[in-house]
Design a protein around this ligand. Sequence first.
Ligand SMILES: *[C@@H]1O[C@H](CO)[C@@H](O)[C@H](O)[C@H]1NC(C)=O
Length: 794
Amino acid sequence: MTKSIRISTPFSLLALLLVLFVSTVAAIYEDDAGVLDWHRTQIGLTSAVYTPAASGASDYVGVYTESDIFAVLHAANGSIAWRRSFSDGGVKAHCVLSLPGTTDLLVAITRPAGNSILYRTAWADGSLDWELSTMGQITALGASGESLLVGEASGDIHVIETSGIKQFTVSSNGATVVAIEDGVVFAEQNDAVTVSTVDIDSQSLVEVARFEGSFVSVESEILVLRNADSLVIVKLGEDLQAIDSITESDVESVAVSEKVVVLNSASGAATVYDRESLGELNHLEASATTVAPGAEAETFAVLTAENELNIINGVTNAVISTTKLSISSPVLTISAVGNDYLVQYSNGILQLVSESSFVWERDESIAASPIAGLFVQLPETAALDIAAGIREEILLDDASDSNVNILLAYVKRVTRHLNDFQAFPRYVIRTLQSSFMAVDEVELERANMFGLHQYFVLVSGRTGRVVALDTFLKGETVWALDGVDVGAENGKDTTVRLIGTDVYIVTKTGIVTVINALTGEITKTKQILSTDQVILKVVEIPSGLYAWTTSDELVRIHETAAPTEIYYTNRVNEDSVWGYMISVGAEGNLVLTKTWSFNLDDGYTVATTAMRPQLDKTVNIGQVLKDRRVMYKYLHANLLSIAAINSEERRLQVFLLDTVTGRVLHAKAHNEIDSARDIALAQGEHWLVYTYTAAAPTLGEQLTIWDLYESKLAGNTGLLVSGPTALESTTLVAAAGTDVYVVRVTPSKPFDVLNTIAFSKQQLIYTVAAMLAVVGYLRPQVGKKRANAKWGVE
Ligand SMILES: *[C@@H]1O[C@H](CO)[C@@H](O)[C@H](O)[C@H]1NC(C)=O
């Protein structure tokens, strides 16, 4: 007993010291788990800009974006005042009118089915005054005295009270309403434009003029038409008849500002006319790519091919200012907003530029068709090494014909744990240091330690911009890279994979771009296809990444280890799925062998497919039931789920295939579905989730979940072999589409969280202290007893 006490005294002191650090080293606080870390709000690429009609209300600017979002931004700093997304039902067309003399605006949205909804809302906060549905496509909005005029493609013009009550409808006899200006209706049919007024008293439409040509634009009394190859500028008088006109060929665009009309020719020259007399004022041999109305009455803006923004006084021809835009990407739209210009670049940046500098910018590439979102662990985090270790173990386990590999994997694991332990003193020192650091640094250290500090890399298929967001710094941009080849059609057929900390972007035509995700540098670009082939699919197997070409060859993109194994893959065609085996050929190359085919029933086509992500981690192998028995999950590395639809019969079939044998493991059919709506399908370790829109039993979106178990009975495992697991109770999850959300999720009760009932640091310290006291008290007594024993006295 005495001996053990001597050893335990210094040990207890050490334990006491260590206990102080336990909570920060091995666990996460409960209020840290399951928290929405951050949410980055996005609107998408601006396609049209609207400003408030009431002068002085220039605090706001309205934009309609390619993501079908109408957003009102604070003109001062570019932050979102409010926004409304119309993307979920789809948008065929939209129309916006700022109501003169009010602080409100009208927004009309036409849905794909052709019906429209008109909203009256406030500039400042987006509060809805009223909404109104119409059967046709709204093509023009206007105001006339106390009434609102709503023109449609069918030629109908609804006259509506400002309170939203419909008064009556008149028709322009099938001519599409293209604009309504100051109560005057412009309608187009068969290459002719009619100009009419609405007579409220007799509830009729009165035609006052007619012009040959197709409609381009109208701005107060300046009507622009296109006639054959020429552009015709017509000056209308008060009676709406033409006072004067000019005809010019070779014109790309027109800008009408308060005092001048500027025509931009295809060669880049700009011709300036007086708006009153239509007399030519000036001619500029510029390399203008775009002209826009200026912020002031006589001015206009010219954007050159070199992204130089020149503000020119059209009357005197004087250049008022020249600004070199800070971004060299091509400009999609440019509009005057107050005294500044709102510029949307093709790389996704939206910028407000004043005469001498830029006021603010927003990076909207993130919302422009994101084709991939990848978490990248930072090298500081121990998690990186752990992940690498686990990957290696999986590789060894996968290749386990012999027991040698299993042993190797075990040795690797033990080594990994030993290594983790070696890093322990460093943690202690860091923790001690952190008590002297600023709170943010402490937080950052903690985030690093738990692997909560990562980069989230987003690839935009629309803009070719790749952006890394810092998960710790609330989604701030760490680096951004422009001009990456992401393929055609907004990157529809482009594959993005993360290997280590390298992002591989592989286009269908074989262009591979490798980006170092930590620094944002392009480390390699190459064309991996030698002929005019294309990539059918990118195959990821444990030995690396390969491109499956049209000639059924596997071309190496990246290889971490020489392939030694047999792997399985598949190819999804329009109405069939083929299974393939990948084996190593005589020269070490990979050979594809077709092993099975699965054909859908007649009339069915593949809508979508899903597989479990490669190297997906299994958290546990079963679900514990109430009575503590376990339902064992059906864990299978080679599963493919297929959703197939028959549009004519409005039926959906869902299959689960074993991709090694091509066997159907489970199938289910659903009737009365809306085959025009998207079907979403996702597969995880032992589950499958899909959504579809059904007409019966009730109209609406249906969500179906399959859970796969070994057996219907608890505690029955059938055969399973268990897969390698990487126990991790906390995961970062990001959702990106338009906005980016990052959240920490923990399965049921996070088991890394130190529970205050089961674990109390204070109690532990008290216990150790009490034990030390007891030891201190006992020691002299024991010593005395021993001395007495030596003396032979009891
Ligand atoms: C932007 O400006 C508006 C109005 O000036 C203000 O209310 C808002 O808080 C500002 N937002 C940011 C992020 O600075």
